[in-house]
Design a protein around this ligand. Sequence first.
Ligand code: SF4
Length: 279
Amino acid sequence: MRGVVAENRGAFVLLVDGATATAADGFYCSIGETEAGEPITGYSLIRDLAGDAAAVLAIGTCSSFGGIPAASPNPTGCVSVGALLGREGIPTPVVSIPGCPPHPDWIVGTVATVLLGGVEALNLDEHGRPAAFFGPLIHDNCTYRGHYDRGDFAEHFGDHGCLLKLGCKGPVTNADCPLRKWNNGTSWCIEAGHPCIGCTEPDFPYETSLFEVITPAELTPPAVYPPASAQSVAKEISPGTAAVVGGAVGAVAVGAAVGAAKLAKSASGPGVPLEEAED
Ligand code: SF4
């Protein structure tokens, strides 16, 4: 590794996963030893390599912000890679890709962007996160946002509805999970029934209890969702407007039927004959 660095000074990106133990001169994270039998620590390796890198990418929440290993009373003195570089006076830019775990797309996308356009091509937010992945607020794109807006909350795990009362941190967490989803677009935490635990934020996991109910700040619903007050307006609808709305609903119903047929066709695999699906 040191040989590669020596041949590519200033032209490589250093990826660091995990928080770095600093107590006892980093002894708690020894990853090898020198020919003289001295421990090579994660601390010393990062300190020696980071100064020659074009950028350091902090992979995961522990590397980005300290995370669980940095929580009291851990005696290892774990810190984020940004804190380590600050302590050592190393000016190399640090890009944070938090998440527990971080999405593979966030890592690959950030590396590709840096390789193509340098760190300056990344639009970093106040926590050093690429805005392309950490700009959207979970809450604004959530599967349950409509339920939130009309006050339809789950009271127990397994209930249908917005998970705010079960401790969801979506209103204060930035990441594109609802849009990107996980496991090749299969699902994501909230869609699987668990509140967002805010794993991409600097105060994860212990500044706020995982299941403590937060009070969302002033949040303006995106235009696609009518405010909860619109529900009552519907009661005062005029007969003329009702006809127009009725037509629109009919159009939506037809569209939904066509969409359902298409879905059925696309879903018709082994054991689902196409003719049945079309019926
Ligand atoms: S509070 Fe959580 S579950 Fe409810 S809409 Fe916001 S992100 Fe979704």
